[in-house]
Structure formats: C-alpha cells, structure tokens
Design a protein around this ligand. Sequence first.
Ligand SMILES: Cc1ncc(C[n+]2csc(CCOP(=O)(O)OP(=O)(O)O)c2C)c(N)n1
Length: 542
Amino acid sequence: MADTVAAATARALAAAGIDRVFGLPGGEVLVLIDELRRAGVEFVLMRHEANAGIAAAVYGKLRRQPGVVLTTLGPGAANLMLPLGNAYLDQEPLLAISAQIPADFPSSHTHQLLPLHDVYRPVTRLVDTITTRNAGEAVACAIAACMTRPFGTAYLTLSAREALKPIDHAPQRAGAATADRSTARRGDARRQASLLTARLAKAQRPMVLIGLGIDPANAARIRRWIDAWQLPVAVTPKVKGVVDEAAATFVGVISGMAADGLMCEALGAADLLVGFGLDPVEVDKTWHAELPIHWVLEAPNVGGRVPDDVELVDHAELLDALGPSAPAKWNHPFREFQQKRRDMLQRPASDDQRRSAAGRATMWPGDIVSALARALPPETIVTTDVGSHKYVFGQFWPSRDPETFWMSNGLSGMAYGLSAAIGAKLARPAAPVLAALGDGGFSMNAQELETGERVGARFVTVVLEDDSYSLIKLSQEGKKLEPYRTDFGPIDTVKMAEACGVEGLRTANSDELFAAARRAVERQQSLVIAVPVDYQDYRRLF
Ligand SMILES: Cc1ncc(C[n+]2csc(CCOP(=O)(O)OP(=O)(O)O)c2C)c(N)n1
C-alpha cells in the first residue's frame, strides 16, 4: 500500500535530521504525530503553542537545523504568531506546521477556519499546503527556506483528511520560497579586506560592532582578529559570547540594554564604526542610520535588507585575508567608558539594602548578576525574558563562549526566557542553563516548568520579583504619567515552582544565591530562585 501523506511528511522530517518536534496536539494532527513517533521523531509536548515554537527555534538554531513546531488548526495555529514573529525578527530558523480545514470542505463550513496562509505569509519565507503530490518535497523546501541566511521561518498546513490519503507518485513542485528583496552583489574578500585595513589605519578610535549577521562558526576567526589587532569591540545582545567579554578589548553591549546612554556616547566618540554582521533589527534607537558605519555583511539583514551600495562578503575569507598585524595601535581609546560601565554594576556605596513595597529585603540587580556569574561555569547558557532584568543581564552578564546567551531582541517579546531554556537544554544537555526572568514574564508561562521536568530539561530559573512590569512602570514615570496599572499582586514564585514539581526558594542574599545556584548545577537539578528586587534600582542602571 502507498505511503500516506502524514507518513511521507514525518519521514521527510526525520530524513532531514529532525529528531524532535515541539507542540501541542489537536484531533487534526494526531495522525501526523503518530507518524512522527513511528519515524523516530520525538514529540515534545508543551503547554502552549507559543512556548513550543520558541523552544523549537532555540533548539533548532543550536543544532544548525530548523526547529519544528506542530499545532492543530484554528486556535492552535493562531498561537503561532509570537514564535513565528520572534524567529522572523531574531534570525532563528523555525518551521511551523499546523492543521487546516480541508480545501474541499463545503464553503459554508467556517468552524475554526482562519486565513492562516494570509496571516503568516508576511513573516515567513515560504507558506505551502502539504498535499498528496508534494508531501516530502514541501518539507525539504521549507527546511531550505528556514536555513537560508538570514535564518527565518516557513509555514506548512496539512489537513487531517489529506494526511490520511496515499501519496501520489507523480510529485508536483512544492511552493517556492519568496526571494529576498535584496539585490546586493557579492564582493571580493581580499579587496574588502584592504579597504577595511586602510580605513582602520587612519582611525584613532575605531570600534567593531558585531551583530546578528555573523555565523558563530566564525567566532574563532573573529576572536583571533580582534585579539591580534587589539581592536575595541562591542556586540549586540543576541551575539553575546562571540568575543570574550572578560577581554580588555571589550567595550560593552550595544542596542538598548542597561548603560545604553553610556554605550551611545561611546559610539558617538568613535571615529570609525565597523558593522560586522550588524543587523539594526536589534537597535531600538536610530544611531545605525545616523552614524557612518563601514558595513561588513555576508548575508542580508532581516527582511532581506542591505544598506545601499554595500557588497556582501564572505566573513571567513575576509577575516583570513586581514593579516596578522594591525595597521595602527589604538591603545584602548574607550578605557574611560569601559571603567564607567564596570562601575555601574556596583551597588552605590551609600546605599543600604532596601525593602520592597511588600516589606521584603531586596537585592541590588548587579549583585544578582555577579553572584550567578561566580556560581555558574562560563559554558552556562543564559536565557532572559523581556523587561528590566533583560537589560541588566544583557549588558552585564559576562558571556565567554559563543551561543551561550539567548534573548528575544528583534521582537522583544515577553514569555521567551523559560521556553528558550527548555529548547537550549534539550539541544545542549551537557551545558548548565540559567533562565533569568521577571515576575511578569514568569507568570505568563511558569507552567512550562512542569514540561522541563517531564522532558528532562533541568535548569536554574531566577525570577526577579518586584510585583510589577517594572520596565513599563519606569517608562510611565519617565513620561510623568500617573502610576496606573503597571503593578500586580504577588504570586508566590516558590509555590508556583513547587506546584510544577520543581524545588523553589527565595533569597535576597548573595552568598545564598551563589550556593543555591551552584548546588543545583552540580546536582543537575531544576531549581527556581525567587529574588526580590526594588524596581527603582533599575533606573540607576539604565
Ligand atoms: C508579549 C509582550 N507583551 C508586552 C510587552 C511590553 N513589555 C515589555 S517589558 C514589560 C514588563 C515585563 O515585566 P517583568 O516580566 O516583570 O520584567 P521586569 O521589567 O519587571 O524586569 C512589558 C509589559 C512585551 N514586550 N511583550
């Protein structure tokens, strides 16, 4: 008997090396899930489709393949906008598959019918319907679309009726990926290397800005270059760790994190900015359009964008052509900024330990970062959610290794950190994982703690508790608006963790935080640590 469409789809995924699909079922995808099981692809059952998509995208990017998320039709598919939007703007490869009402249903049938292709086409590179005639090929094309740089998204639908039909052996071409808008030409690496060297030779205060458009496979080359030439270097949050942030050449993290005023001043003080894979999708201000940047891009930025007159160039070839010695000596021209940045992390000397509105002792956010950085080994993968805590970890977490820091920064969508930690831990089981979250974000999807425990993804979660959407509260205050609806009542983080089968504790003490995090990692246990903070402390870090 001929293979069914569901079986061919599952086999195509397995053949492409996909070993896990994340999702939440509905009746219409049960047959496909069963075929995945038969094909040896594990279905990672999560508690919300958005969380499943985020976990999948991180899992996929770390494994150099698309993450795959599978949902039912209608409501399940509607929950895919957050992960698809996130993966589209944050350059994470994600293939979403959902059910859909069969095309040959009567036109009066509208139950759970949404125009899914129309909704997701603008944030994907390919949308297609899996049919009897394209089953395997549609999957292959979608995977190729996701893995074309900048990494991105694809969306396939398969109706429950079509899933059961035998495949047609006269295959029809699957839908083609939409072309990138860019028509940028590819330049010669040696010529571009000479051009860059000549510009650097004339600069007194150059700064290399490394962004999302670099391939982590080039991290060793980039480090060699920065190190040999002793070039001042800054990174965007999503590539933290591509250079060693403990090195003397490291200036800081640009693009909207804590100390952003200081970083923008440093950018303004440079006389040459080299945008090495810099993608403005992470920049929440407009300096990328105002300051002169020497762009060194090997692939278009998000949405196929390439700055005018810029030729793309192979980064590895260019770095290899740059030569071992620098054309000038720069002698750490951003020393003063580097010192100010380091000083910001320290609790102001005159400051006694504060108490939160609920009367709890609180911890200075900088001390939280410092205690955890001492407790956890450098290979620890850190994920953050979105809010004030992200700004602090994004700027001050001392990343040492490539691909060890994950945040939503192109989309900047809350409810990322916990799901990202699950994806990261499944992809890199040997690496310790830390999820740093605000209490707002934690309450959006804390139930995934149970998922982590169930699927064996054990990691440390730290929840910075201030009973508020603090970043928004600070923005409200900054705009001189009345305090209004940015505070919420406390939900007991420790009890939430325990309710999900994970141990929890609360502390505002550096030594206790250090010991608890270290113990959990050594024992490879999940642990949720609630740390009360005073939201006003963040103001002093921004
Ligand atoms: C899905 C989503 N909803 C709303 C926002 C707007 N927003 C950005 S930060 C933030 C507050 C986050 O609060 P919390 O998780 O407690 O972190 P904190 O700012 O307190 O560190 C909000 C509401 C967003 N970025 N994403």
